[in-house]
Ligand binder design. Structure first.
Ligand code: FES
Length: 137
Protein backbone atom coordinates (compact mmCIF):
# COMPACT_ATOMS: atom_id res chain seq x y z
CA UNK A 1 0.00 0.00 0.00
CA UNK A 2 1.08 3.55 -0.62
CA UNK A 3 1.65 4.42 3.02
CA UNK A 4 4.24 7.09 2.21
CA UNK A 5 1.88 9.45 0.45
CA UNK A 6 1.40 12.82 2.15
CA UNK A 7 -2.08 14.26 1.69
CA UNK A 8 -2.31 18.03 1.98
CA UNK A 9 -5.38 18.93 4.03
CA UNK A 10 -4.85 22.70 4.26
CA UNK A 11 -2.19 25.36 4.38
CA UNK A 12 -0.34 25.91 7.65
CA UNK A 13 -1.47 29.54 7.45
CA UNK A 14 -5.14 28.44 7.35
CA UNK A 15 -4.95 27.65 11.06
CA UNK A 16 -3.85 30.55 13.28
CA UNK A 17 -1.20 29.69 15.85
CA UNK A 18 -2.67 28.32 19.10
CA UNK A 19 -5.90 27.35 17.37
CA UNK A 20 -7.35 24.04 16.25
CA UNK A 21 -9.48 22.92 13.37
CA UNK A 22 -11.42 19.77 12.55
CA UNK A 23 -11.38 17.85 9.27
CA UNK A 24 -13.79 15.27 7.94
CA UNK A 25 -11.74 12.88 5.85
CA UNK A 26 -12.37 9.48 4.33
CA UNK A 27 -9.66 6.86 4.59
CA UNK A 28 -9.34 3.38 3.14
CA UNK A 29 -9.03 0.46 5.55
CA UNK A 30 -6.88 -2.63 4.89
CA UNK A 31 -9.64 -4.09 2.71
CA UNK A 32 -9.82 -0.89 0.64
CA UNK A 33 -13.19 0.08 2.13
CA UNK A 34 -13.94 3.77 2.66
CA UNK A 35 -14.21 4.75 6.32
CA UNK A 36 -15.18 8.23 7.56
CA UNK A 37 -12.30 9.67 9.54
CA UNK A 38 -12.71 12.73 11.70
CA UNK A 39 -9.51 14.33 12.90
CA UNK A 40 -8.37 17.67 14.25
CA UNK A 41 -5.17 19.63 14.04
CA UNK A 42 -3.75 21.97 16.67
CA UNK A 43 -1.21 24.51 15.47
CA UNK A 44 1.40 25.94 17.81
CA UNK A 45 3.75 28.24 15.92
CA UNK A 46 5.48 26.05 13.34
CA UNK A 47 4.37 22.88 15.09
CA UNK A 48 1.22 20.92 14.37
CA UNK A 49 -0.36 18.12 16.39
CA UNK A 50 -3.00 15.82 14.95
CA UNK A 51 -5.44 13.53 16.72
CA UNK A 52 -8.50 11.51 15.89
CA UNK A 53 -11.60 13.49 16.88
CA UNK A 54 -12.78 10.89 19.36
CA UNK A 55 -12.77 11.20 23.13
CA UNK A 56 -11.29 8.13 24.88
CA UNK A 57 -13.99 8.49 27.52
CA UNK A 58 -17.25 8.08 25.59
CA UNK A 59 -16.06 7.86 22.01
CA UNK A 60 -17.74 11.12 21.01
CA UNK A 61 -16.34 14.06 19.06
CA UNK A 62 -14.48 16.52 21.25
CA UNK A 63 -15.78 19.74 19.69
CA UNK A 64 -19.31 20.20 20.93
CA UNK A 65 -19.10 23.61 19.40
CA UNK A 66 -17.62 23.34 15.95
CA UNK A 67 -13.83 23.66 15.95
CA UNK A 68 -13.73 24.32 19.70
CA UNK A 69 -11.04 21.87 20.73
CA UNK A 70 -9.13 23.89 23.30
CA UNK A 71 -9.79 24.88 26.89
CA UNK A 72 -10.61 28.54 27.69
CA UNK A 73 -6.91 29.28 28.26
CA UNK A 74 -6.00 27.72 24.92
CA UNK A 75 -3.26 25.55 26.39
CA UNK A 76 -4.94 22.16 26.61
CA UNK A 77 -7.26 20.14 24.40
CA UNK A 78 -10.68 19.88 26.00
CA UNK A 79 -13.58 17.51 25.40
CA UNK A 80 -16.81 19.47 25.29
CA UNK A 81 -18.91 16.67 26.78
CA UNK A 82 -17.46 16.17 30.28
CA UNK A 83 -14.51 18.54 30.14
CA UNK A 84 -11.58 16.10 30.03
CA UNK A 85 -8.30 17.97 29.50
CA UNK A 86 -5.53 16.60 27.29
CA UNK A 87 -1.92 17.64 26.84
CA UNK A 88 -1.37 19.33 23.47
CA UNK A 89 1.80 17.52 22.48
CA UNK A 90 1.00 14.00 23.67
CA UNK A 91 -2.81 13.79 23.73
CA UNK A 92 -2.62 12.33 27.24
CA UNK A 93 -5.64 13.00 29.44
CA UNK A 94 -4.43 14.92 32.48
CA UNK A 95 -7.77 15.60 34.15
CA UNK A 96 -11.24 14.18 33.74
CA UNK A 97 -13.02 10.85 33.48
CA UNK A 98 -10.46 9.33 31.09
CA UNK A 99 -7.38 10.45 33.05
CA UNK A 100 -4.34 8.41 32.03
CA UNK A 101 -5.76 7.50 28.63
CA UNK A 102 -4.82 9.31 25.45
CA UNK A 103 -6.20 10.60 22.19
CA UNK A 104 -5.21 8.62 19.09
CA UNK A 105 -2.41 10.48 17.33
CA UNK A 106 -2.56 11.27 13.61
CA UNK A 107 0.78 11.53 11.79
CA UNK A 108 1.25 14.98 10.23
CA UNK A 109 4.00 16.74 8.32
CA UNK A 110 4.31 20.29 7.10
CA UNK A 111 5.50 20.22 3.49
CA UNK A 112 5.88 23.39 1.40
CA UNK A 113 3.62 25.27 3.78
CA UNK A 114 0.87 22.64 3.69
CA UNK A 115 -0.29 20.48 6.56
CA UNK A 116 -0.25 16.91 5.31
CA UNK A 117 -1.57 13.66 6.72
CA UNK A 118 0.81 10.72 6.34
CA UNK A 119 0.81 7.02 7.17
CA UNK A 120 -2.70 6.35 5.87
CA UNK A 121 -4.43 6.02 2.53
CA UNK A 122 -7.16 8.56 1.92
CA UNK A 123 -9.99 8.18 -0.54
CA UNK A 124 -9.04 11.01 -2.83
CA UNK A 125 -11.85 11.80 -5.16
CA UNK A 126 -11.75 15.51 -4.46
CA UNK A 127 -9.01 18.07 -4.93
CA UNK A 128 -6.86 18.32 -1.81
CA UNK A 129 -7.93 21.89 -1.12
CA UNK A 130 -11.52 20.85 -0.61
CA UNK A 131 -10.55 18.83 2.47
CA UNK A 132 -10.09 22.11 4.22
CA UNK A 133 -12.99 22.65 6.56
CA UNK A 134 -12.80 26.42 6.54
CA UNK A 135 -16.20 27.76 5.76
CA UNK A 136 -17.53 29.84 8.63
CA UNK A 137 -20.81 28.79 10.19
S1 FES B 1 -16.92 12.07 26.47
FE1 FES B 1 -15.13 13.28 26.61
S2 FES B 1 -14.89 13.61 28.70
FE2 FES B 1 -16.62 12.32 28.59
Amino acid sequence: MAADIAYAICALSDIPSQKARGFQLVRLDEAGKEVPWSIFVVRWGRQVFGYANRCPHDGVKLDWERNQFLDPNGVRIMCGKHGALFELGTGMCLEGPCKGRALTPVALEVLDGDICVTGVTLAEDEPAASFCDDEEA
